[in-house]
Design a protein. Sequence first.
Lengths: 328, 426
Amino acid sequence: MTLKESPGASPVTGRSDRRAGTSPRRRSGRPGAGTLATFIAPGLMLFLLFVIVPVLFAAYVAFFRWNGLGGVPTDFVGLENFRNLLQDEVFLGDLWRLGLIVVLSLAVQLPLSFGLAMLLHQRFPGRTAFRLLFFVPYVLTEAVTAVLFRLVLSPNRGFADSLLATVGIDTHIGWLSDRNIVMFVIFGILTWKFFGFHMILFLAGRQNIPDELYEAAAIDGATGAQAFRSITLPLMGPTVRMIVFLSIIGSVQLFDLVYVLTGGGPFHASETLAITMYEQGFQRNQIGYASALSIAMFLISLVFALLYQRFVLNRDLQGSLTNAGGNR
Amino acid sequence: MRKPLRRLRAALAAGAAASLALTAAACGDSGESDADITWWHIQNQDPLMSTWQEFADDFSADNDLTIDVQAIENQAFKDRMGTASQSGDVPDIFHTWGGGVLAEQVEAGLVQDLTGKLDCIDQINPIALEPYTIDGKLYGMPFDAGVVGFWYNMDLFAQAGIDAPPATWDEFLTAVQALKDADIAPIALAGADKWPGHYYWTYLAMRTVGLDGLEAAAEAGDFSDEGFIQAGEMVAELAAMEPFQPGFESAVYGEADGQSAVMGEGLAAMELMGQWAPQAQRDNSGTEGPENLGFFPFPTVTGGAGTTTEWLGGGNGYAVAADAPDEALDFLCNFMEPENYSRAITEGNLTPVAADPASVAPEMNEDTQKVVDALATATGTQLYLDQAYPPAIGGVINDATEGLLLGQVTPEDFVTMVNDAWAAEA
């Protein structure tokens, strides 16, 4: 059954058709061109000035060797910065580490948040307290989180080592100083910080699924597992796809937390694209090279966003809830 | 429902991508302020932080002007200064170590030529002016100068049965082993900060090729000499003995469990650090520091050209923005007023740059005295390489030394990295 065949009340949700109810009002309330221009102009100006112009300027600077001091760049080097970038082991390592964070996020962090959201959707005493508690880490800024974990993971008197010692494990783990594990420790901290945020989004997505669907499924004799697979998962699709998008873009931009935590070390073992860009641009004064790197990051984000929109979010563009129900 | 959703996604994508590019191009920090004089310094811990503030308050009261004083932590200062320089708007008075970083700022026209403009310049030892002198012109006024050497905990050395500070590199390695055998962490090092590590390679290079050799290499941008590879090998050899405190790879210099605090609490036997080390040990550990703190010069290398009277060092000074008011110059000389300067030396244990140290500091702290003595008998000095060279090259040296210490970079790679950096800069 499709929407077009149900102009009145939707058979799936039982709610009155929102589209039929709201569209005339929306049409009559559409503002004139003059009003649009007046209200959009200030925002558009700021957007042009602080977003578009810097982006174009960075793209321009990327073709120069420039230390950022004094006037405008003059030493045109063509594609040299980009060629160096592709041979830069740190940059290639950044890409690899980005991949690692993305894979771990999708494979561990999001399923964990999803599971918790499902648990916290159940009714039980103290549910609100848990929801609040799990969300708290997200409220901290990344820098504060990093300082906190530097103390917890301190090799001399850190809380983590003391805690392990009380349960009889007297081993000195180089949480942040061992090149082989530092990325996993950072991932753990990222998970600690962000699982609550993802959980709340999942929870909201779950709460948007009407109970009537489950009631109908129960009447049809569906088991809990069947209902989960056939109702919860498909109807959570839009939420999942959006969270995956946010999570990946967030991974590309990862900076504050890692910068304060390790500075990208030991010897680049936890460096991210943004940290490399920062080091090159603001500490080594190689603005041209750093701009080339920022353009690379821009392209990675842009290409990803476009592809994701085209191939993944594509399905959501047809109107998420009703359509998913209607297609079955 | 379709359009708003699509717009939301488009906005998200654009916003995400744009914020990345923004980070690169738009940097907002500047010396802009309503005050008559803005001043950025790095004495962000008491006692000197309060002293500096009082100097500013007194000066502004006497001259009927306002001074915006910003005490910024060392590394954060370098970051903010970098963005301020790139925006072309630096504070009226700012901290400087001289050398290549200052030279870049001078070349960009950000720094005022102080030659012949400071009335108090005669009170300062001319040797201390060298790092701030570029092409014969003076661009900064030092208020402190000193050298880098090994600060060591004499009690821990005694515990390990070491009678005298090591004079040669071989003796040094023997001492490291003796400390290890006595279950004492021989060396405190802030691996994550990189700059403390670069002292080791620099000093070893100074001992193998000598000061002249180092100068010639920097002149030619070519560090291929056998001595530089040997220096790298010796750093790697030291690192292979695992002489540093546990977790040094992620340690920073000035944190509560960083290099300085580890020394202050007596958890490591020595550190290779500049004249500020004893004060920093007390400040960062919140203790009185090691009871018996000794100081010895970096050991010599057998067959090398360098001697123990050639020091790596540098000082702290202030530069003045090109467009700063004349009062900024008066404020600099206000530091050198004997009353003010001797107070700063006493309270902050600075190493005086006065032409006649005894006149401003008749009774110096014994640690300070050691550095003053070292400077008095020095036959040559080299400014820290990460300040002496342009930032792009200093950054590579710091980075590559970290790689050497962690076994990620070979001595040959090290030389290649540094040579490539010089070649790109030329």
